[in-house]
Write a protein that binds this ligand. Structure first.
Ligand SMILES: Nc1ncnc2c1ncn2[C@@H]1O[C@H](COP(=O)(O)OP(=O)(O)OP(=O)(O)O)[C@@H](O)[C@H]1O
Length: 483
């Protein structure tokens, strides 16, 4: 091996750094652009570009307000007030009136309201009485059946151990096949008489004509903006989806229809109760007047429809009011069925922000590049002349086997530009751009290109040597035979 060449193949840090810095300061890099004259691929490219442009501009930038900084943090306060008079018919052809204080239980809740629509009322005192006939474990034929009974969650009082056959009632639904004899009922000690939920229900009338006022104050802390869901000069009104969208007072019939489309289910909701979610969704454009920002109201039924649910239907609970009369403790027990409204508020606000616009524009330019990516894929894989396009676009560079003609092209250019420095590997003498000829076409056999940045010489053929010079870079090749 040539001694000069072997010594130059050692990695020289200084020369490497020098080359790096010189390269950095003097070499400008720019991508190569390949122009393809193809009607079909150009049409496809323009088509995709148009779609992407419309999507980016119209949808992302304008519709989704890509020019705004948006924030969803929201502070909200809700007040709910229900108004309306309901009534029930009494057995003696009279009627009892119910106002808000009667049917709203409790009188105030956080972000929710319960309206009692139906109830079972029982006047009770502390004494002994028969267990409910609808409670199957209460059936008995003698006192023995009522003694040593285990604890049961549904029991209305403590067992006294006595069986009462005196008040035999129609127990056909609980009579077993073992005996056709009717049963009596075990006696209990507790609040008497016990509640009988087979009683005729007492649905409060006129409920669909009640109105609900939903008062909502909000604040977007990021932008320090406060707002409410009541327009400036609000007069007594009722919300209408087309005629009066500013009014925050809703008819209960409208809410029920929005939440449940089936008429039968709506009637059953009044009978057995139900849960309705009320959502207020704010989307405020703070580049416009805040007064133009209004919430969108949506009403949904949360409980399971009655035709689907078997185990527990509707919504109900019990409550009682207690008092004492002549040393007797008394209470009015009510099992209340009704509609529970749960109100939730969400929203976002957006304001023009230059940084957001800049960032989003950058992303949109990136999306635009998708068109070229897709067309490149089609051009290089799916067209007839795909291999020809590939050859033009991809230049394979292998450090060991570089195309000879490319190297010679480079060499010729350097000779023309007088930037070539030649070196004699035997003497280490350097010659600045000498006048010499390069034989064309270059002999391809035995020819290899050295990409090392160190001084080296590689035999080309018998009379030639390839030189690589550190100041010029990777592939400065010359034929020594031409010197
Ligand atoms: N559910 C509702 N249906 C119809 N109007 C309502 C309802 N709730 C409140 N309003 C009316 O809206 C207005 C504002 O109500 P707000 O509760 O702020 O005032 P208010 O004077 O305390 O109301 P009120 O004493 O009548 O309950 C009042 O005129 C009130 O009567």
């Amino acid at each position: 091996m040539n001694p000069v060449s072997s010594s130059n193949q050692r990695f020289n840090v200084r020369s490497f750094l020098k080359q790096l810095i010189v390269g950095f300061m003097t070499e400008y890099e720019t991508p190569k652009i390949v122009m393809v004259h193809s009607y079909s691929i150009t049409t496809l490219l323009r088509f995709i570009q148009t779609i992407l442009l419309l999507y980016s501009l119209c949808y992302l930038l304008i519709y989704r307000k890509g020019y705004q900084y948006q924030d969803t943090s929201l502070i909200s306060s809700i007040t709910i007030k229900v108004k309306g008079l309901g009534y029930i018919d009494t057995p003696n052809n009279d009627s009892y009136v119910f106002d808000g204080t009667d049917y709203i239980i409790p009188s105030s809740e956080n972000n929710a309201v319960f309206i009692m629509t139906n109830f079972i009322e029982t006047d009770q005192s502390r004494s002994t009485c028969l267990e409910s006939a609808s409670f199957k474990p209460a059936k008995c034929r003698n006192d023995g059946d009522c003694q040593n009974k285990p604890y049961m969650p549904d029991i209305n009082g403590r067992w006294t151990g006595r069986c009462s056959l005196t008040s035999i009632i129609d127990m056909s639904n609980i009579t077993t096949n073992i005996s056709q004899q009717p049963y009596g009922l075990c006696e209990i000690q507790g609040w008497c008489p016990v509640e009988d939920d087979r009683k005729k229900s007492t649905v409060i009338r006129e409920i669909p004509h009640f109105t609900i006022f939903i008062k909502n104050f909000i604040e977007f802390p990021t932008f320090n903006v406060k707002h409410k869901n009541m327009a400036g000069n609000l007069k007594p009104c009722v919300f209408h989806p087309k005629k009066n969208t500013d009014c925050p007072i809703f008819g209960l019939d409208y809410i029920l229809e929005e939440a449940e489309k089936n008429e039968t289910e709506r009637q059953l909701m009044l009978l057995y109760g139900g849960v309705i979610s009320v959502k207020l969704d704010w989307d405020c454009n703070l580049d416009r007047n805040i007064k133009l920002c209004k919430p969108v109201y949506t009403f949904d039924r949360l409980d399971t429809p009655f035709h689907e649910e078997r185990f527990s239907i509707g919504f109900n609970f019990r409550f009682a009011s207690h008092w004492k009369d002549n040393e007797t403790y008394l209470r009015l027990l009510r099992k209340a069925y009704g509609l529970r409204f749960i109100v939730s508020v969400s929203g976002k606000a957006g304001k023009f922000d230059f940084i957001t616009l800049t960032l989003n524009t950058g992303s949109l330019v990136g999306i635009f590049g998708l068109a070229t990516f897709l067309c490149d894929y089609i051009l290089l894989n799916l067209t007839e002349k795909a291999s020809m396009y590939r050859e033009q676009i991809f230049h394979r560079v292998n450090p060991k086997e570089t195309r000879v003609d490319n190297a010679f092209e480079l060499l010729k250019k350097q000779v023309q530009d007088k930037t070539l420095i030649m070196e004699n590997p035997n003497t280490n003498e350097q010659h600045m751009t000498p006048s010499f000829r390069i034989s064309e076409p270059p002999p391809s056999e035995n020819l290899s290109i050295v990409t090392s940045t160190s001084f080296s010489s590689v035999p080309v053929n018998q009379n030639s040597t390839t030189l690589v010079h550190p100041y010029i870079g990777l592939t400065n090749m010359m034929k020594q035979g031409t010197k």
